[in-house]
Structures are given as C-alpha cells and as structure tokens.
Design a protein around this ligand. Sequence first.
Ligand code: ADP
Length: 477
Amino acid sequence: MGFTSIRLKLTAWYVALLAIILILFGLLLYFFLSNRLYEGVDNSLKVSARVVAKTALMKYASAPMPGLEYFLNQFMGYDNMNKFFRIYDGSGNVGSRSKNIDGSQFPLTQEAYSRAVKGEDTFETFLLSEGHPVRVLTMPIRRNKKLVNLVQVGTSLQAVNETMKNLKIFLYTAIPAILGVATLVGFFMARRALNPVSKITQTARDISSGHDLSKRIPVPPAQDEIGKLVVIFNDMLERLENSFVHMRQFSSDASHELRTPLTVLKGQSELTLNKVRTLNEYQEVLSSNLEEINYMSKVLEDLFVLSKADENKIRFDCKPISLGSIIEEVCKHAEVLADEKNIEIVIAYLEPVRINGDAVRLRQMIWNILNNGIKYTPPGGRIKVSLQNREDTALLTVEDTGIGISAENLPNIFNRFYRVDKARSRSEGGSGLGLSISQYIVKAHKGRIDVESQLGKGTKFKIHLPKLESSREALSA
Ligand code: ADP
C-alpha cells in the first residue's frame, strides 16, 4: 500500500492536525491555568496582608498588638488557610509572627526591604529546606512617607504545584491516548469512505481484463462526491458500451455491405472466364460489374462522410442562402430520374426564406430525400415539394404517394444501414446510409427532420431549419 495510499495520507493529515490542535490546547490550558492559580495566590496574599496590617497595627502604634497570633488564628483561621505572617518594625526587626512556620527559613531580602522603603509591595518565591515552595508578599506600612512597619505574609505553593503537576500528567497521557484512538478511528473511517473507490478500481480492472463493458458499479446510497462519481462512471460505461455495440454493428454492416457486391463481381468474372464468350456477353458482364463497382463506391463514399461526421471533421461552409432556389435546382435534376419512372414532381409553393447554411450539404440532403421519394414510389405516382416561411423556421415538406413505411419500421429509418426492404433498396442502388447522412446535415444546421408515413399510401418528410436571424443566434450559441 505504501504512503501512496489516500487512506494513509488522509489519516496522517487528520491525526497530524488533531495533534497540533491538542498540543496547542494543552499548552494554552496549562499556561492559562497556572497564571490564574498564581494570580489567585498573590491576590489572596494581598488581602491577607491588609487584614494583618489593619488588625495588628493600631493607628499610631509601631509595635503589634499583644496576643495577635491567637486573635488571627481564631478569627481568620490561619492554620486552615495554610498562611503565615510576620511583622517587622521600620528597621527590619521581627516584631510578631504566626506560629505555624519557622520564620528563619525565609529571609527578608535586601531587595524587598529597599522596595518597601520606596513604598512598593514585593512578591517572592522561596524554596524551604523541605523542598516546599512558598510565595511571600512583603508589604510596607508607611506613615508620613516614612516606613514604620513591614508585613510579610506567605503561603505554601505546594497545592498549586501539585495541581499543575497533575494537569501535566493528564495532558501527557491523554493527548497520546486521544491521538492513538483518532488514528484507529481515522483509518477505519477513511477505509469506509474510500470503499466505493476500491469497487470502482475493481470494476475498471474487470472491464479492462475481461473487455466486459456491461459491468456496472453498485451506486452507494449516499449521493456524496463518490456517489456522484459512481453515477458518472456508470453513465460513461453505458455510453462506451453503446458506442462499442454501435461500432461493432456498423463495421459488421459495412463489411457485409461490401462483401455482397464483391462476391457478385468475383462470381461473374470467374464464370465469364470459364470459356470463350461472345463480345456481347463480355459487354453484359462488364456493365453488370460496373454497376456493382458504382454501388461499392457509393457505399464507401457515404461511409467516409459518416466516419468524418463521427469525428466532427466535416466543415460546414455556412452562408446566408435562399433555400427556395436550392430546392428548385435539386428538383430540376431529380425530374430527369422521375421522368424515367413516370413520376411527377410538383413544387406546390416555395415561400421566400433565407437561412444560414452550407449550400452543398443542403443540396445533398434534399437530393437524398427526393431520390428516396422517386425510389420508393411506383410509376404514375407524385412527389409534392413545398417550402413555408414559418415564424422561426423554414419548413421544407417532401410528400410522396409511394409504398409508405410501416409504424414499426418508421423509428429505425434514420439508423445506418437500415432498410425496410433490403432487396428493393439494393436494386434501386440504395446503401441504407442516405437518411443517416441527411439527418446529420439537418442537425448540423440546428434543424430537425420528422417523418410521417402510411403503408401503401405515401411518406411525408418535414425538415425544419432555423431562419437566418435565429440560425445566426443558434450557430453563435
Ligand atoms: P436507402 O439507400 O436504402 O434508400 P436511406 O437511408 O435513404 O437508405 O433510407 C432508409 C430506408 O428507409 C430505405 O431503405 C427505405 O426502406 C425507407 N425509406 C426512405 N425513404 C422512403 C420513402 N420516401 N418511402 C418509403 N420508404 C422510404
């Protein structure tokens, strides 16, 4: 798996971030709490010092009141409060002190005395011989700007230090424990979250090894990022499968389409070469062969157009054109074919309408539709052509009185190589690609092609093409 696994990376990032947060939180908590506790000790020392000063020293007396220790013990509970005090006279000699501490263990420092002379309080921390830290406040009492007494109040810092030590132990054990649990939980959660990714990988592997595009990944119930990815992946597989099926069908149809005329060519040529033939017989075979060759080149040409269309490589040279004049031109050419079959082409009406289009491709599309009309209409029939100038579109209608198409075949006629009557289409020289190409041309012009038909009565093709103004908008969109 290595460190390339997203699961490990995610867990590592998450745990590292959590560790930073916890360490910062621990440090802040430790310093904030120790500050507050020491500040609390100092404040209580200050209050106590004031009480001692007020109680002990009568307004103008310089010596403490007799029996002070007893009094303070009784009323203030100094023993319980774990505090002690000492009172000095102005020159730094001890006057009175509480009994709960051996006063000699911490001195009146020179610095505290000098600050007291200036009227300033001094907080100091001493380490007693037993290793107990004590906090001591030295507070001056001045009268007429002269130092008359010094009150020293102290308390043990053992409880505070004990609290801080306990907090440290707690943080030292809790943070690694939390990080350990977070690593396990993070790893488990990352594995759960990335489970569908493993399934995607497995499916992709199965597809690439077995070439089975019909496989799909089970969609997870949650529509989260991975759920969406699975849906998109399945969608992509669906489209890939469709296009592979389509491609396979297309190439098998195409090869089949070319194999038939080639077999005919081969058979006819071999048969002719069996013995010496008359000139007439040779001419007949050659002209039949030429028909097959023409048919094959038509199929190849149409296939070439469609394969270029699939790759989006057909360039449309769009210009403003009058659709009516193109229709007239194509109808004129088609009349030659129609006359041969005794079919009448009637241009019912051509309303003037301009579109933005490629004249060559549009001519090809109209020719395909008209040619189909001629191919699938029996002699004596009629093809009616009209062009209407609608609100947004130009509507070209080609309606014949031909054989028609049954409702079940109608939805398929635009599919490549689809022919309702193969033999008939083949005998008419059809490749089964004409309508696919026509539909592609219409779609490339942002238009639409519809068909209505009734078996035995006739077929009507309706081609909607955007008019110049709207087609410009459509093409620039
Ligand atoms: P083809 O070269 O076979 O004409 P197309 O793609 O042009 O191929 O048409 C597909 C099929 O649609 C035709 O084989 C035919 O069966 C049917 N078809 C197309 N146009 C008409 C029409 N006007 N009348 C009846 N059938 C038609």
